[in-house]
Design a protein around this ligand. Structure first.
Ligand code: OFO
Length: 169
């Protein structure tokens, strides 16, 4: 059984994962309108992954006798200015999410909820991967600078990252 405090913290995380999915969906749509197919496909896939993270939490809350709440979400930005700006936003967002996961893990320890603590370890590992991926992409973008040909190659390159199956989801 979940304590009220853990249940509320998990529900807050459900909203954060759902908002992450919306942010990446908005990035996908913006990139598509700019003609960058690879970046757009990467963001569509990332948005789906975040929905998976949200669903996994939702099912867990209900399985443990709580009530997972599907709530109103904050609207994401609709345009992102530049690709470097967009990927910096993605990186900062993932760092923020990692912080929230850490806070959540901390609450499970305070509440002596070791089952939820164990469940959340998957999210701890996932955040390490997501931050590392976002950092790699940012490094590449910084190398490219304003080189249009470089961006064209990058757009093709990122398709390969999208093709990597996420077997943990
Ligand atoms: Fe759910 O991992 Fe990104 O935000």
């Amino acid at each position: 059984m979940l304590s009220k405090k853990v249940e509320k913290a998990l529900n807050d995380q459900i909203r954060i994962e759902a908002e992450s999915s919306q942010i990446y969906l908005s990035m996908a749509s913006w990139a598509e309108t700019q003609g960058f197919e690879g970046v757009s496909a990467f963001m569509y896939a990332h948005s789906d992954e975040e929905r998976g993270h949200m669903l996994k939490l939702l099912k867990f809350v209900n399985e443990r006798g709580g009530h997972a709440i599907v709530s109103e979400l904050n609207a994401p930005p609709t345009s992102f200015g530049s690709f470097s700006g967009m990927f910096k936003t993605l990186f900062d967002h993932e760092v923020m999410v990692s912080g929230k996961i850490n806070d959540l893990v901390d609450i499970t320890l305070q509440e002596k909820d070791y089952a939820t603590h164990n469940f959340l370890q998957w999210y701890v590992s996932e955040q390490i991967e997501e931050e590392a991926l976002a950092r790699t992409i940012l490094d590449k973008i910084n190398l490219i600078g304003d080189d249009k040909g470089g961006f064209y190659l990058f757009d093709n390159d990122i398709k390969l990252l999208t093709a990597t199956p996420d077997t943990n989801q």
